[in-house]
Design a protein around this ligand. Structure first.
Ligand code: ZN
Length: 266
């Protein structure tokens, strides 16, 4: 299995358990100082001066965001050395489009949530909020970063999405989910009957999970014939939803149907 830069760094420093992962110490090891300032309009930045540099982190951010921001800037130090970076909040949510922010986020995720320490959590068919919260506590990482990690590394189809008000802000399906080219797209507006909609309208207060009909989430003619599992969580920023398919064969059926070409529209 290919070792990532973050994994190399962790083994070099003999960091072998979640409580030993301290991004400030890791930064110091790489000749980077970490300072806190009340930054305007930006979460963190990196200044390079030859072989050393400094990371400035917004002092009013919450502790978990600070940890993630420091790890993200270490990623820039490794991949984009010599450049001055100024990262805004949305840079810390870029996971899909391959640019330097995506690489820095992937690095931060590998550093703070190393795959080899996640063990069996990556082999569950149903990703629950209980599991996400347990890992988020153990690794001192946000719920969102944990959900993205579990979904991206899972052995089974899963997707994480974020809604603000009624509208989808972003979505991240993993590699096991059929993609838009297969005619498999996700709704952009919250549908009645979902846990997320109940949270959004105040019928539920903080979080919940339920088995639901596929057509509440997926735009595809056969979606009503299968079910999926929704877990949603409400925060001050919006609603985070994780979808998984405990009955995975339903998605496999979808793919094999598509391979036949009869339903394909491209
Ligand atoms: Zn950045």
């Amino acid at each position: 299995m290919k070792t990532t830069k973050a994994e190399q760094l962790l083994s070099e420093l003999k960091i072998d358990s979640p409580e030993k992962i301290d991004p400030v110490l890791i930064a110091n090891h790489l000749n980077l100082t970490v300072e806190y300032e009340e930054l305007e309009g930006c979460e963190a930045s990196l200044f390079s001066m030859g072989d050393s540099g400094s990371i400035i982190v917004k002092s009013s951010s919450n502790p978990r965001r600070k940890r993630f921001s420091i790890a993200h800037e270490i990623g820039h130090w490794i991949f984009d050395k010599g450049q001055v970076t100024q990262c805004v909040k949305s840079d810390l949510h870029r996971w899909i489009h391959g640019n330097k922010e995506t690489s820095a986020n992937k690095f931060a995720s590998d550093l703070l949530l190393p795959k080899r320490m996640l063990g069996n959590s990556l082999h569950v068919r149903k990703i629950t909020l209980d599991l996400i919260e347990e890992i988020s506590e153990k690794f001192d990482v946000s719920i969102t970063a944990t959900a993205i990690k579990l979904v991206s590394e899972s052995d089974f189809p899963a997707c994480v999405t974020f809604f603000f008000g009624q509208s989808r802000q972003w979505i991240f399906p993993n590699k096991h989910v059929p993609d838009a080219r297969d005619g498999f797209t996700f709704v952009k507006i919250l549908q009645d009957g979902t846990v997320a909609k109940k949270l959004q309208s105040g019928k539920l207060t903080s979080k919940g999970g339920a088995e639901e009909n596929g057509n509440l989430w997926v735009n595809e003619s056969d979606a009503e014939n299968y079910t999926l599992w929704e877990e949603s969580f409400k925060s001050q920023y919006g609603i985070l939803t994780v979808l998984s398919w405990p009955k995975q064969d339903q998605i496999i059926n979808f793919l094999s149907k598509d391979e036949g070409g009869a339903e394909s529209d491209f």
